[in-house]
Design a protein around this ligand. Structure first.
Ligand SMILES: [Zn+2]
Length: 125
């Protein structure tokens, strides 16, 4: 298969789509659950300073986690959009074809392995 616009094997594409949708459902679930937990932490009357501190810690943890979840949700939505317009499996940075093992590990990845490494080293922008 070449990188010049040929479609990815349809069965493989459907497999990734299924994994993306499953992950999206899990994340939507987790995000709404951590929002609920955050509200509960607000409603629980804190008895003393230690309680207040652990309450704040819990909220911060939930907030950060749900931010990460939201970011992945965003990447998943982008990947589904790329599936819709035939751009799935193509690196958004170099336009090259994504390695299968890269998509197997992270189906919502935007970058191929080389570009991901460059990005982690701060060489890509
Ligand atoms: Zn690339």
């Amino acid at each position: 298969m070449s990188a010049n616009g040929q479609l990815m094997d349809k069965r493989r594409l459907e497999l990734y789509r299924k994994r993306l949708l499953e992950r999206r459902d899990q994340l939507l679930d987790a995000v709404s659950r951590s929002e609920q937990d955050g509200r509960q932490a607000d409603e629980e009357p804190a008895q003393d300073l230690a309680d207040k501190a652990s309450n704040a810690y819990t909220k911060e943890f939930l907030f950060k986690k749900s931010n990460d979840d939201r970011f992945i949700l965003h990447l998943i939505q982008e990947a589904l959009d790329r599936m819709g317009n035939g751009g799935y499996g193509v690196c958004v940075a170099c336009g090259g074809e994504m390695q299968q093992k890269r998509l197997d590990a992270v189906p919502w990845a935007r970058h191929c392995i080389e570009c991901q490494e460059k990005q982690e080293q701060g060489l890509l922008q």
